[in-house]
Design a binder for this molecule. Structure first.
Ligand code: NDP
Length: 399
């Protein structure tokens, strides 16, 4: 029985709130707070039990402290934007509250993805006897747990790790992003980066592509090498990994729109003057693109996210592929959100459950793969994200 404060009433916040509200035996009281209170109230109105809602600017630590002291939660689930991570962690430290998020901190003026800023909070959380769980979404999140599960159950050593994220859904829009457009485009347009033999190698954005034949009828799709934050923690916690890469599928139409938008400067985060006012082109672009939340009723098809792993078991080389398939329309039926918000929100709820029920315990700042994957894997099957260990022949797959 625990009180939880959820911050952020976007696509992911809505799923987390629905899922937590469905488990009163774990989440006895819920407060949903966000920049725009009417969005919290709209989500609250869809639930079968009452929750509290509040307006908050999560960049304002004193304001956060007032809310935390008033509501006194055991845990904050941060599903606002990555810019808010450190402010919310500061407020948690001041009020002795545990912390969970789904995306690593990013400075507003630089699209830089690294855990350093949040790992630097390790001693402060430890000194206070508090726990911070970083990246409890799908990727990062479930992909870290899949890797820990593979190591626990199937490998003595993991050597090659490819995380593969496919959204085979279609929303019928000429161009839209599946989650917050600003964060999504910052991520996709950065330089690619992968880890090999102890060094990070950079590539031009989306310059490295492969075709992968996705299971269960999804079929062949083009995917591109990108940098994703879980690679940084996974190669730290599994130092035997020789090569770690992350791939994401994009349609030709998405890429050609992005190419044009980039070419004319619309994806830039450098401020420009417009009618005597400073604006950031990417933030302006966000305001004219479809709100990802509005794509829920329009999106059909499935996502398939998983880990393809090669390593050693009992002296023999072994290949292994584990994935989840999630159907956009089924997610919408259940919680009024499409599968990208669903696949992030469900693991955030499960991570919170792991912390509040004491299945995952610790003092300090942690990534998902540092805990026993078993109870989390069991809950994925129970709460809507069942996983599959591929039974077919993997010997011919070369990425
Ligand atoms: P949305 O843009 O839909 O929602 C973000 C919410 O945060 C909005 O309600 C917004 O308020 C609120 N917010 C923004 N700034 C503040 C602030 N200063 N104070 C209070 N509230 C604020 O994003 P998503 O729901 O798509 O994504 C949420 C998070 O999940 C992001 O950090 C994203 O990176 C992460 N994510 C992680 C994934 C994973 O697999 N690990 C995958 C997908 C997303 P308002 O409504 O007023 O704009």
């Amino acid at each position: 029985m625990s009180k939880v404060l959820i911050i952020g009433a976007g696509g992911v916040g809505s799923v987390v709130t629905h899922k937590c509200a469905g488990l009163p035996e774990v989440f006895s009281e819920i407060c949903l707070a966000s920049r725009t209170k009417s969005k919290c109230d709209a989500i609250a109105a869809q639930l079968t039990r009452p929750i509290r809602t509040a307006q908050i600017d999560a960049d304002n630590v004193p304001e956060l402290v007032v809310l935390l002291k008033d509501f006194q939660p055991e845990l904050v689930i941060n599903v606002a934007l990555p810019y808010q991570d450190l402010h919310i962690m500061d407020a948690c430290l001041e009020c002795n509250v545990n912390y969970l998020d789904t995306a690593n901190y990013e400075p507003l003026d630089e699209a830089k993805f690294e855990y350093k800023w949040q790992w630097d909070y390790q001693q402060r959380f430890k000194d206070k006897g508090l726990m911070a769980l970083l990246g409890s979404g799908f990727d990062p999140g479930v992909t870290n747990v899949f890797t820990a599960w593979a190591k626990k159950m199937h490998f003595d050593e993991i050597h090659y790790l490819d995380i593969i994220d496919c959204n085979a859904g279609d929303h019928g829009q000429p161009f839209a992003t599946n989650f917050n457009p600003e964060i999504n485009i910052r991520e996709v347009t950065q330089r690619g980066k992968f880890y090999e033999d102890g060094t990070w190698h950079e590539t031009e954005p989306l310059s490295e592509g492969r075709t992968f034949d996705f299971p269960e009828g999804i079929g062949p799709r083009k995917m591109y090498l990108m940098y994703h934050e879980e690679l940084e923690s996974l190669v730290k916690h599994f130092p035997e990994i020789k090569r770690g890469r992350f791939w994401m599928t994009f349609s030709d139409s998405y890429l050609s729109h992005l190419d044009i938008l980039q070419g004319i400067g619309m994806t830039s985060i450098e401020p420009v003057m417009h009618n005597g006012q400073e604006i950031v082109p990417l933030q302006f672009l966000k305001s004219v693109l479809p709100d990802p939340g509005s794509l829920g009723p329009l999106t059909k098809g499935r996502t398939c996210i998983g880990c393809l792993i090669t390593g050693i078991k009992d002296g023999q080389e072994k290949n292994y592929y584990i994935y989840n398939i999630c159907d956009h329309e089924k997610c919408y039926e259940e919680v009024n959100s499409q599968a990208v918000s669903y696949t992030t929100g469900v693991p955030a709820m499960i991570g919170a459950m792991m912390m509040l029920t004491g299945k995952w315990k610790g003092e300090g700042v942690f990534n998902m793969e540092q805990f026993d994957p078993q109870p989390f894997m069991e809950m994925l099957n129970v709460h809507g994200l069942p996983w599959v260990e591929y039974a077919g022949d993997l010997s011919a797959i070369e990425l």
